[in-house]
Design a protein around this ligand. Structure first.
Ligand code: XIL
Length: 556
């Protein structure tokens, strides 16, 4: 590739130590998908160093990518974006006397950029110091999912010309994102000086790249989970098109599972076309623009292999474009009122139900109509759905879902930690009127847990949801994090066995548990990779947890 002669090149800093961003026990995705597209026709130009070159430099086994530039070295992993030029200059206002100078900007998005693919699937902590005359300098992340580009602001700082202002922000990059770029831009066309900028992984690094390159074992002689549980309930897993595109994974999934959930592709931010809606808010006023083509890989796979699909999810506070809640689909504008949001909710649910019923009749066995509406601190989560529609938004979502769902598709409420006493009370309280109206068929227990969880407490919750609401139960996103002991795999296996034995006991005693879904395929590809929470290792060899699941079905 052509190198920009203005830029000098130097040491890439590889940090083998981890930064100490806080990680909650239940690691949550970003609260909202903040989609701040800065320009309709963003074009990026070549960086000084390509992602490939960065990868080669970072190829050391088990190294954790970490980018840290103070512009004093001779190799800089940052390039120009758009028509801007970038150069290293002496700057006595900069801490080390050197800065990156960005000039010639013709549009707000012109600036400087990093290729950040190695951070895929990880939460990153980004820091930087900038000076620019009366501007709001932003650090933004861009990436593609299924050919759709999104632009999300990580942080912004109000800057002055004569001294540096620092800022920082964190962002969780989806595991299925490609062409990931972190860049500096601003709301003016003024020149920008960057004193330093860094990108670090929060918590333990998730080796998506490495896992996908691991040599895989032959899995063709494994006993089959779906066969072992055939008389009890369906066994499902969360898929992504990346995994389905790989023959060895594809074969294992077919052999083991008879239900799938799209890990990300059926979420509102994957279906709602927020840019199209925002471009023409009059046309889309009451019904956001929607796109579905990206769903075909996963839905065709299920259809061709006689599997059912859990539709996940319609109404959620997370992975939903924030613009949806604003009159003009623009989050700098006016928040939409109840009436408008009810129209949007109804039309969204209608659109999704109609497209899936028309194109894949009978394929979707269950819908997670509302996801995670209970607040960890008690009561209902103060989400934008709650704020715009009001506290009956859950009720309304189920009413609309019932109105448009085809015969046979079951309607679920889905949540995490919903076995905990307080959360259980809150959930039962808001679901009761919905059950009385006949608009809910099931409760989904996400079950992102660890070997710390009390299995009896969990079982009591399943029993109680069934007894008090008269609904069926799905275990929708099971992963069981291991502890850090030496024999963690065995301990986790034993726990999986005890857990399954209890679930089978409940099923046999009459609690209608109709499916159990594992949230992913192998440990490093899990959204909680560092907890090693699944039943296959990265090379697809079976962990004790897998054998324990098979044995539990045989022995209980
Ligand atoms: C997770 C996915 O696994 C990740 O790939 C994504 O980055 C964030 O969302 N509760 C849910 C799921 O209902 O949709 C979430 O899935 C995990 C928590």
């Amino acid at each position: 590739m052509k190198k920009n002669p203005i830029i000098t090149c130097a040491a890439l800093l590889l940090a083998l130590t981890l930064t100490s961003c806080s990680t909650e026990q239940q690691k949550k995705p970003d609260e909202t998908t903040v989609t701040t597209q800065t320009s309709e026709n963003v074009q990026t130009t070549e960086s000084v160093v390509t992602t490939q070159e960065i990868k080669e430099e970072m190829s050391t086994e088990n190294s954790v990518p970490s980018i840290s530039e103070d512009f004093t070295g001779d190799k800089i992993l940052i390039g120009k974006r758009g028509s801007a030029s970038v150069e290293i200059v002496d700057d006595d206002k900069a801490a080390d006397g050197k800065a990156l100078f960005i000039s010639g900007r013709k549009e707000a998005w012109n600036g400087a950029e990093y290729k950040a693919d190695l951070f895929r699937g990880n939460e990153i902590d980004v820091k930087g110091s900038f000076r620019s005359e009366n501007a709001s300098v932003r650090v933004t992340i861009q990436y593609n999912i299924q050919g759709n580009t999104s632009y999300n602001m990580i942080f912004a700082v109000n800057t002055k010309a004569d001294k540096y202002t620092s800022g920082n922000g964190k962002y969780t990059i989806p595991a299925n994102a490609d062409n990931i770029i972190v860049y500096v831009e601003s709301d003016t066309l003024n020149d920008i000086y960057v004193d330093n900028i860094s990108v670090d992984v929060c918590g333990e690094y998730k080796y998506y790249e490495k896992a996908l390159k691991t040599e895989l074992v032959d899995t063709s002689d494994y006993p089959s989970l779906k066969e072992a549980y055939a008389d009890l309930f369906r066994i499902g897993m969360a898929v992504s098109p990346t995994i389905l595109g790989k023959p060895d994974y594809n074969a294992l999934i077919k052999a083991q599972f008879n239900s799938i959930t799209c890990e990300n592709d059926m979420k509102p931010d994957a279906i709602i076309d927020i840019y199209k809606s925002k471009k023409d808010p009059d046309t889309y006023r009451e019904a956001p623009a929607m796109k579905f083509d990206h769903l075909k890989t996963e839905l065709n796979f299920a259809k061709e292999n006689g599997m059912t699909v859990r539709g996940h999810t319609l109404v959620w506070h997370s992975q939903t474009p924030e613009g949806l809640f604003y009159v003009e689909y623009d989050k700098s504008g006016e928040l939409a009122d109840r009436e408008l949001m009810l129209k949007r909710m109804e039309n969204y649910i209608k659109g999704v139900m109609e497209w899936t019923t028309e194109n894949y009749p009978g394929l979707i066995s269950a819908w997670d109509v509302v996801n995670e509406a209970a607040d960890d601190a008690g009561g209902m989560r103060q989400s934008l759905w709650y704020k715009t529609v009001g506290e009956d938004y859950i009720q309304k979502a189920f009413e609309f879902a019932r109105k448009y769902a085809p015969e046979g598709a079951k309607l679920f409420y889905n949540d995490y930690n919903s076995f905990q006493k307080k959360k259980q009370e809150d959930i039962l309280a808001f679901l009761k009127p919905i059950a009385e109206a006949g608009n809910i068929d099931g409760v989904g227990m996400q079950s992102h847990v660890g070997t710390w969880m009390n299995i009896n407490e969990y079982a009591n919750a399943l029993q109680r949801y069934h007894d008090e609401l008269g609904v069926e139960i799905n275990i929708t996103e099971l992963d069981i994090g291991a502890d850090k002991s030496d024999n963690w795999e065995e301990k986790q296996g034993k726990y999986f066995g005890d857990f399954m034995a209890k679930v089978i006991e409940l099923r046999k005693s009459g609690v209608p548990i109709t499916s159990l879904t594992l949230w992913g395929i192998s440990d490093s590809l899990s959204w909680k990779a560092s907890d090693r929470p699944l039943v296959f290792r990265d090379d697809l060899s079976r962990k004790p947890a897998f054998d324990a699941m098979i044995d539990a079905a045989k022995n209980n």
